[in-house]
Design a protein around this ligand. Structure first.
Ligand code: G6P
Ligand code: ZN
Length: 567
C-alpha cells in the first residue's frame, strides 16, 4: 500500500529533557497534542540522515497505559522519516533487557523503549520514552543533550497518517512511502531473550535444581513479576524451560496499571513477597520492576540481599556461570553510591574496578571497550556485558546458578562472603515528593560545606546512649567522573562525605522522578569483624544517619521527619 507523508506544524514544549533514563512524565503530559510526536521527531532527527534512511529500529515496552498509542505514533513517524523497518514486540511487549538483546542480535541502529521503569502506570500514572543506541544501551549524554536541544527548536514533524500497525499478530507488513519500503515486523517478545539466557547459563543444571531428581527434592522458590513485563519471560524460562510449577511465579500478567501497584522491587513496594518469604517455605524469592531491568533477591525467611552485596557475590562466584567461565571477568564496576563490596572482590581478583555516576549508561563504554564484564547499582540493578542494560531475570538466574553450584542457601552464601571480605552495611533513605526548592536547598547547604571544606577533619557524633558513635571526616566532594574511554566529564553527581574508617554518606537528587524532587541519602560503613556481621543494618547505621540529617539540615529544610522509603 502506498501512503502519503504529512508535515504537521508544531511548537516546542518546555522540559522535554531526558533524565537518568529517558523522558518520564505523567501520562497526561504525553497525551497533550503534539507532545509525544515532538519528542519522537527529535529522537529520529538525532540519528544522522544517512544512518536513518532505511535503518532498523527496535520498539517495545513494559505494557503500561499509553504504550499502544505511542507505538502507533512512532510507526507513523518512523515511516515518514525514512526508517526502513521497525521490529516491534508482540502486543508491544519487550522488556528493557530484551530490547537491548535484540538491538545487538539483529544489528539494529537503535531502539525506542516505552517505559517509565518502576514508576506507577495507568491513566493517572507515568509514561516514558527512552532511546537506546546501536550498542543496545541507553543513549549517552551527548545524544540525549542533542535530543533535548532539538525539542526546544522544533517547528514541525512528519507522519504517515494512514499507517496502523496490528500489534497482536506476529509477522511483517509493508507500506510504500515516497519510493521506499517501510516494514513493520511484529516479533515474539520472549524468544530471543530466552535463547540468550540459554547461551549464558547451564539450563540442564538449573532444571535439575528446579525440578528435582532422584536424590534431590525440587527447590522451592518464588518469582514475582509485580504485574510488569517480566511475567511472560518468567513463565517461559522458569516454568516452560526449567520445569517450575505455575505457583512459583506470581503477578505474571503485564497490566496497564500494574494492578495499581508501584512496580519497584524493594522491601516497601514488594512487601507481599517479603511476607511470603517470612513463612519460611521458599528458599529464594525474587521480584522485578515494571520493565524488567531491576531485581530484588530475598533468601529464606525474607533474608534481604542488598543489591550492592548481590553484584559482589555474583563477582566472587562468577565461575559458577558458564558465560563468565568462558569469557573470564575482565573487570567490574559499580555506581558511586553503591557500596564498596564489589571493589574488594575486584581487588582480590586483581581486576579493574570502576566507580561511575548513577545511571546504567555509564557502564556502556566500559563494556564496549572490554574493560568490564559485570556491574551493579544499589538501585536494584545488576547486569553484565551480555547486553547493555541491567537485567532482572538474568540476575535471578545468576543466583540460582550459584546456589546449585555451591549447594548452599542464600543466607549461607552471604555469610560466607562477609567472612571472606567483611561486610559493608548499607542503607538508602528516600525522601520522595519533596518540594523542589526545598530539595535544592538541602543540596546547596551540602555543596557549600564541600566548597569551603568546613566538614573536613571534624569529628561528628550520632546515635544516643550505648549506640552513640563518632566518625571523623576525611574528605568531602561533589562526585565527578571522567569517562576513561571517551574522556567526557560528568560533574555534580552527588555529595560525598567520606570518613576516616571508610564509612560514607552520600546525598543526591533522584533523576528518575516525574514530579517534585526525591532526596536520596545513602549510608555505608564497613565491618571486618565476623562476630558483628549479623547485626541489623539500620541499627549499625543509625549514628551515621543522624549525622547525615544534621549536616544536611534535611528535616528543617523539607519539613520531613522520616524517609518515605528505606531500601
Ligand atoms: C534508572 C537507571 C539506573 C539508575 C537509577 C537511578 O533505573 O536505569 O541506572 O541507577 O535510575 O535512579 P535515581 O532515581 O536515583 O536517579
Ligand atoms: Zn526499570
Amino acid at each position: 500500500m502506498v501512503v502519503e507523508v504529512t508535515v504537521q506544524e508544531t511548537s516546542p514544549f518546555d522540559g522535554q529533557k531526558p533524565g537518568t533514563s529517558g523522558l518520564r512524565k505523567a501520562v497526561t503530559v504525553f497525551q497533550q497534542k503534539h507532545y509525544t510526536e515532538n519528542f519522537v521527531q527529535c529522537i529520529l532527527d538525532s540519528i544522522p540522515e544517512e544512518k536513518r534512511k532505511g535503518c532498523t529500529l527496535v520498539v517495545g515496552g513494559d505494557g503500561r497505559f499509553f504504550m499502544r498509542d505511542a507505538i502507533q505514533i512512532i510507526s507513523r513517524m518512523a515511516a515518514a522519516n525514512g526508517v526502513g523497518e521497525l521490529v516491534i514486540g508482540h502486543n508491544g511487549i519487550f522488556s528493557t533487557p530484551a530490547v537491548s538483546c535484540i538491538i545487538r542480535k539483529i544489528k539494529a541502529r537503535g531502539g525506542i523503549l516505552l517505559t517509565a521503569s518502576h514508576n506507577p502506570g495507568g491513566p493517572e500514572g507515568d509514561f516514558g520514552i527512552k532511546y537506546n543506541t546501536e550498542n543496545g544501551g541507553p543513549a549517552p549524554e551527548a545524544v540525549t543533550n542533542e535530543i533535548f536541544a532539538r525539542t526546544g527548536k522544533i517547528t514541525s514533524y512528519k507522519l504517515c497518517k494512514e499507517i496502523t500497525v496490528d500489534l497482536d499478530t506476529i509477522g511483517s507488513n509493508s507500506w510504500e512511502v515516497e519510493g521506499h519500503t517501510f516494514t513493520v515486523t511484529v516479533r515474539d517478545s520472549v524468544e530471543d531473550y530466552t535463547q540468550l539466557m540459554k547461551e549464558i547459563f547451564d539450563f540442564d543444571l538449573l532444571k535439575k535444581l528446579i525440578s528435582g531428581d532422584s536424590d534431590q527434592q525440587p527447590f522451592k522458590f518464588v518469582a514475582n513479576a509485580m504485574n510488569g513485563v517480566t511475567g511472560p519471560y518468567l513463565k517461559r524460562i522458569l516454568c516452560q524451560e526449567l520445569g517450575a510449577p505455575d505457583s512459583a511465579t506470581l503477578k505474571c500478567e503485564p497490566k496497564e496499571d500494574f494492578g495499581g501497584d508501584h512496580p519497584d522491587p524493594n522491601q516497601t513496594y514488594a512487601a507481599d513477597l517479603l511476607e511470603l518469604l517470612k513463612e519460611g517455605v521458599h528458599q529464594i524469592g525474587a521480584a522485578f520492576d515494571g520493565d524488567g531491568d531491576r531485581n530484588m533477591i530475598l533468601g529464606q525467611n525474607a533474608f534481604f540481599v542488598t543489591p550492592s552485596d548481590s553484584v559482589a557475590v555474583i563477582a566472587d562466584n562468577a565461575m559458577c556461570i558458564p558465560y563468565f567461565a568462558k569469557t573470564g571477568l575482565k573487570g567490574v564496576a559499580r555506581s558511586m553510591p553503591t557500596s564498596a563490596a564489589i571493589d574488594r572482590v575486584g581487588q582480590k581478583m586483581r581486576i579493574e574496578c570502576f566507580e561511575v555516576p548513577t545511571g546504567w549508561k555509564f557502564f556502556g563504554n566500559l563494556m564496549d571497550a572490554e574493560r568490564i564484564s559485570l556491574c551493579g547499582e544499589e538501585s536494584f540493578g545488576t547486569g553484565s556485558d551480555h547486553i547493555r542494560e541491567k537485567d532482572g531475570v538474568w540476575a535471578f538466574l545468576a543466583w540460582l546458578s550459584i546456589i546449585v553450584s555451591r549447594k548452599m542457601s542464600v543466607q549461607d552464601i552471604m555469610k560466607d562472603f562477609w567472612k571472606k571480605y567483611g561486610r559493608s552495611f548499607f542503607l538508602r533513605c528516600d525522601y520522595e515528593n519533596v518540594d523542589s526548592e526545598a530539595a535544592n536547598k538541602v543540596i546547596e547547604v551540602l555543596r557549600k560545606a564541600v566548597e569551603d571544606s568546613s566538614l573536613v577533619n571534624k569529628t561528628l557524633t550520632g546515635g544516643s546512649g550505648k549506640e552513640q558513635k563518632s566518625y571523623q571526616v576525611k574528605s568531602t566532594d561533589d562526585f565527578s567522573y571522567t569517562d576513561p574511554i571517551d574522556g567526557s566529564l560528568t560533574s555534580k553527581q552527588g555529595i560525598r562525605v567520606i570518613f576516616t574508617d571508610g564509612s560514607r554518606l552520600i546525598f543526591r537528587l533522584s533523576g528518575t522522578g516525574s514530579t517534585n524532587a526525591t532526596i536520596r541519602v545513602y549510608v555505608e560503613s564497613y565491618e571486618p569483624d565476623e562476630s558483628k556481621h549479623m547485626q541489623e543494618a539500620k541499627n549499625v547505621l543509625k549514628p551515621l544517619l543522624d549525622i547525615a540529617l544534621d549536616i544536611s539540615q534535611l528535616q528543617k529544610l523539607t519539613g520531613r521527619d522520616a524517609p518515605t522509603v528505606i531500601t
